[in-house]
Design a protein around this ligand. Structure first.
Ligand SMILES: Cc1cc2nc3c(=O)[nH]c(=O)nc-3n(C[C@H](O)[C@H](O)[C@H](O)COP(=O)(O)OP(=O)(O)OC[C@H]3O[C@@H](n4cnc5c(N)ncnc54)[C@H](O)[C@@H]3O)c2cc1C
Length: 430
């Protein structure tokens, strides 16, 4: 299946519009045009949060790395992110169990938890100033049926050894002043400023010798033990390994069948009186379609987003911005009446999802020495950290069976159901 995002149509302007609030106090990494052809151990294509995490990790492992971006690093979907660093995945544990069985689903969830913990440790160990705060999460039910499902989800999570408690309406209301039928309250997540984090990680890689160059990679050729990248200016970059961290399109390649694109809209309010925030300033998200998510910022704003839909045409996405913002404001006010809903920033962005809510990480089946690092869905940044660790291990020759859980050619639920439907139709015709 061909990509639904044409490579030429995935520039920052096409992917993101409006201006989010991130990166105000940061120093942008120096980014220079490519001047000649060259060779390197590893070429990372894409200088967003994924490319930055990969470059930091691979330079720490001793590889010589170049990060290539055709536009200013960070201003793709990274700048649009609301940067809730969650281990809870867009697909519930129950859904993943349905797709892949309990043991595999539980392993995926535990690895997501370990990824947030690892990212938190990386930020703390290097004192990265990126507004990072550990946060609890409140996952809210939309209605009574949703609350029953959530209780079951919590029981399943307990079986998997995952932390958290289920709160019924009275507890949720008295402890959090939130009028919903139920919620799962969990520790172990966090928040940050994604642009500050990206730039700091790139700087760390640069201090270890990485180069950051401006070029658009137009084509990849893998031959023998080398990969050659053609850039738009006619220069060639040769590498032993290439990591694709290009957001939601692959240079000159089709996206895997599991992939689909959608858009999300977001706002940041004026600064609030901190006394008016909900308990713990927990990250809030809901089990609803379309859904609402909310967090607070270091300068006491509320960032809220959601209203996701399948729009990918940039003009159509932008035209919807005013109405989507009003919808988010109204939902925010209903959920948290103390919020001052005056907005100072509004933006929207297109992002990638997969049929099972999991990222696409690992070798490209059709191209030797090329790895994909696509941290999809609402916890894309958590998955980007996981991608950096996994690809680093793969390059060092390590293999773990669970790497297959994120493989590009995995037998995802959509595909399996499609195949089952074909068998059923075949049986009916016989
Ligand atoms: C509105 C919104 C809210 C979100 N909220 C959250 C959240 O709360 N938590 C969370 O974890 N995730 C969230 N996400 C998802 C998260 O933002 C993404 O998973 C993450 O930003 C992806 O980063 P990236 O580096 O992979 O891609 P990008 O930031 O898009 O970077 C890719 C880079 O690759 C470059 N590139 C592409 N093709 C080429 C080429 N051929 N040659 C050279 N360079 C190229 C681009 O110029 C770009 O700079 C959200 C996304 C959106 C849109």
């Amino acid at each position: 299946m061909a990509s639904d995002l044409d490579l030429d149509k995935s520039d920052h302007d096409q992917m993101v519009s409006g201006r989010s609030l991130w990166g105000k106090s940061g120093i942008r990494p120096a980014w220079r045009p490519i001047e000649q052809s060259f060779s390197t151990d590893v070429a990372v294509i894409g200088g967003g949060i994924t490319g930055a995490l990969v470059a930091e990790h691979l330079t720490a492992r001793g590889f010589s790395v170049v990060v290539i971006d055709r536009e200013e690093p960070g201003f793709g979907s990274t700048a649009a992110s609301t940067a809730m660093l969650q281990w809870e995945i867009d697909s519930t544990l129950a859904e993943l169990e349905d797709y892949y069985g309990f043991e595999r689903a539980a392993g995926i969830y535990r690895r997501s938890g370990a990824a947030v913990a690892g990212l938190s440790k990386l930020i703390a160990a290097n004192g990265i100033p990126c507004g990072f705060r550990p946060r609890n999460t409140l996952y809210l039910a939309a209605n009574q049926e949703g609350a029953r499902n959530m209780l079951e989800e919590r029981q399943l999570r307990r079986r998997a050894g995952l932390p958290g408690v289920y709160l019924e309406h009275p507890d949720l209301f008295t402890q959090f002043e939130l009028d919903r039928d139920g919620a799962i309250y969990s520790p172990g997540s966090a928040e940050c400023d994604p642009l500050l984090l990206t730039w700091a990680l790139i700087e760390m890689a640069v201090r270890r010798g990485a180069r950051l160059v401006s070029a658009s990679v137009a084509a990849l050729h893998s031959e023998g033990d080398r990969v050659t990248m053609e850039t738009d200016g006619g220069h060639l970059i040769e590498a032993q390994h290439v990591v694709l961290a290009t957001g939601y399109s692959m240079p000159g390649l089709d996206m895997p069948k599991l992939h689909r694109s959608s858009s999300s809209w977001a706002l940041a309010t004026v600064s609030q009186d901190p006394a008016n925030f909900w308990r713990d300033r927990a990250l809030i998200w809901e089990d609803n379609h379309p859904y609402l998510y909310m967090r607070t910022t270091a300068d006491n704003r509320i960032v809220a987003g959601g209203e996701d839909d399948g729009t990918i045409d940039p003009q159509a996405r932008n035209r919807k911005l005013p109405a989507k913002i009003v919808a988010i404001q109204e939902k925010m006010k209903r959920l948290w009446p103390k919020a001052d809903t005056r907005v100072e920033h509004t933006w929207c962005g297109t992002f990638g999802e997969t049929a099972d809510g999991l990222p696409l990480i690992g070798p490209l089946p059709e191209m030797l020495h090329v790895f994909a690092a696509y941290g999809y869905g609402g916890n894309g940044i958590t998955f980007s950290y996981l991608a950096a660790q996994m690809i680093g291990a793969m390059m060092a020759g390590m293999h773990r069976d669970w790497f297959e859980d994120f493989a590009l050619d995995r037998d995802g639920p959509g595909l399996r159901r499609f195949a089952e439907d074909l068998v059923r139709v075949g049986d009916e015709l016989r």
